[in-house]
Write a protein that binds this ligand. Structure first.
Ligand SMILES: [Zn+2]
Length: 570
């Protein structure tokens, strides 16, 4: 990227270069965007720079304000930083666009205070929804209404005449369906009751629209699978939310969804990129079961361009801690009969390993979810076996979550060159109750971010959005304070595992880029790198970590263009 810098060392070149150098001089005063008068944290130097100059979507230079302003072309955009902090755009190493996007584009009804407001909110949403599309999610709660009363389809039918509606109560145990939805689902007064479920009926036996538990699928089974157009909407909604949070790159994890859904996501990404609407960098990770087909096609890790790429394959070793399905070597402290469970694929470890080996040999990247210490141990063993059988190479195999580790397994990440892709918000969320399930010993090696970093492991941060907020600043707050969200651990839960602000920022930028094999084009602010840049309202390296959760993203620049301004119109 900086090849021309060294050319003058060649004795013969000056003559040849004369016309060339004139062009270079002109080029060097043609920055189209300059941010000056602030603190530019480059990620490569110990002290911040004052300013940064950008040209054609790439970083041209960093340095003093005077020097960078000199590089500005006539008509260039100049941003006065007023001492604010500039960072590389955040890279969230673990998100779920399909679930998060569906939630974003859905109707939001949780905070409605009455049936009238609920009806009005839904009506407004239905007016802007494509005709015939299902209105889902919603998360309403009649307990918050005055007066408290369950809604019925009559309340909403006349404001949703063209859309089937099946909106869930916050507990997800109950839905309200409108007349259109019931008709499409073929549900009427003749529909028989379902064991384990409730079809609420009026005095004449007609369904009121309220369906509980095992009766819910009577309606939801009529919802068609997501389409390519749905996926496009999910990505665009995610992109908007990402900008507000200073996120310019995401790594989208397969969720064990159907093959068709992965393919729809790829088609959606292609269409959006072709139409110039995709302005978020996406690593799209497909399910491991797609590995064989990808290997046959000759697809390797990081196939694509700087906008989106494929070649990472996601699989699961176990479940989660919340559902007590994470897989452990010792039983759950609060349930001595339960060790958690291996995932369906991990139930057949040799088959799972064979699938991984085939993908790995083809040059694809392995990404495996593991929460419990036994799940993690099993995946580490797989990855170790790959190195033993096929030799050491730059695989960047990853473990997602790496949540509870056997004490002896922490150092294996660095030894085996495995990326620990972890989510700091989970620590301050699960930290409230993790000890009741894990006991006082195992929690010492749970969310052990500092120990992993100290052992030399590459640790990338992410959110697991929508399970946690798509907010790296919240993640940095979590990793540096480890204050649980119930306020009960003001000095930090397992405080010895706090990391520094600099370590946390690095984990959300360079390390996350490394985890997706993109660290040669993003993750630091140096000449030639992609101009994905953010400006924060405060210097998070200077303020107390507890105040980081109040810091705002003021500006998000993607590919050298301002795409978000807080309080602005961009
Ligand atoms: Zn996840």
């Amino acid at each position: 990227m900086r090849g021309h810098v060294n050319l003058s060392r060649h004795a013969l070149l000056p003559l040849l270069l004369f016309p060339f150098m004139a062009v270079t001089a002109q080029a060097q005063s043609s920055a189209d965007l300059v941010l000056a008068g602030g603190k530019v944290w480059t990620g490569t130097e110990s002290a911040p720079q004052e300013a940064i100059a950008i040209r054609d979507g790439r970083i041209l230079a960093t340095g003093s304000s005077a020097a960078m302003l000199k590089l500005a072309a006539p008509g260039a955009t100049i941003v006065q930083l007023h001492e604010r902090l500039v960072l590389p755009g955040f890279n969230d190493a673990h998100v779920h666009v399909q679930i998060g996007g569906a939630d974003l584009v859905g109707v939001h009804l949780t905070d409605t205070k009455s049936q009238a407001e609920f009806r009005e909110r839904l009506a407004a949403f239905a007016r802007s929804a494509p005709k015939g599309s299902w209105i889902l999610n919603g998360m309403w709660d009649q307990e918050r209404w005055t007066p408290i009363a369950l809604p019925s389809h009559e309340l909403i039918d006349d404001v949703t005449p063209d859309n089937p509606v099946a909106i869930a109560r916050t507990d997800l145990h109950m839905i309200l369906a409108n007349a259109v939805a019931m008709k499409l689902a073929g549900v009427d007064r003749n529909t028989k009751d379902v064991p384990g479920g409730v079809i609420q009926r009026d005095a004449n036996g007609n369904p009121t629209g309220i369906f509980k538990d095992a009766a819910v699928p009577l309606i939801l089974s009529a919802v068609p699978p997501a389409t390519e157009a749905d996926m496009e909407r999910y990505f665009l909604a995610t992109q908007k939310l990402a900008y507000e949070n200073g996120v310019t790159s995401i790594q989208d994890m397969a969720i064990g969804s159907t093959d068709t859904e992965s393919h729809l996501k790829l088609r959606a990404l292609q269409s959006l990129a072709r139409e110039g609407k995709l302005k978020l960098r996406v690593a799209e990770c497909l399910p491991l079961r797609d590995g064989k087909q990808m290997a046959e096609l000759g697809i390797e890790a990081n196939l694509g361009n700087d906008l989106f790429h494929i070649g990472c394959l996601k699989s699961f070793a176990d479940g989660g801690l919340g559902a007590s399905t994470a897989w452990f070597t010792e039983p759950y402290t609060n349930n001595p009969a339960n060790y958690g469970i291996a995932s369906d694929t991990m139930q057949h470890p040799e088959e799972m390993y064979a699938e991984m080996k085939l993908a790995d040999q083809a040059g694809l990247q392995l990404i495996t979810h593991a929460i419990g210490d036994r799940g993690n141990h099993a995946v580490l063993d797989f990855y170790e076996r790959l190195e033993k059988e096929d030799g050491v190479r730059d695989r960047r195999s990853r473990i997602e979550h790496a949540q509870t580790l056997l004490p002896g397994d922490i150092s294996r990440f660095a030894q085996l060159h495995i990326v620990a892709s972890v989510q700091p918000f989970h620590a301050i969320d699960d930290g409230r109750w993790a000890e009741t399930r894990l006991g006082p010993e195992r929690i010492k090696t749970t969310y052990a971010f500092r120990s992993l970093m100290d052992s030399g492991a590459m640790v990338a941060f992410g959110s697991d959005w929508p399970v946690a907020p798509l907010s790296p600043l919240t993640g940095i707050y979590a990793a540096t304070t480890r204050r649980t969200i119930d306020g009960k651990n003001p000095n930090g839960w397992m405080p010895q595992e706090k990391v520094t602000v600099e370590q946390a920022v690095k984990a959300y930028t360079f390390n996350a880029a490394y985890a997706e094999r993109e660290e040669t084009i993003k993750g630091v602010l140096q000449p030639g790198y992609l101009a994905d840049i953010i400006v924060l309202s405060e210097d998070i390296f200077r303020i107390a970590p507890v105040d980081i959760q109040k810091v705002k993203v003021d500006l998000t620049i993607f590919d050298g263009r301002i795409v978000y301004e807080r309080g602005g119109t961009k």
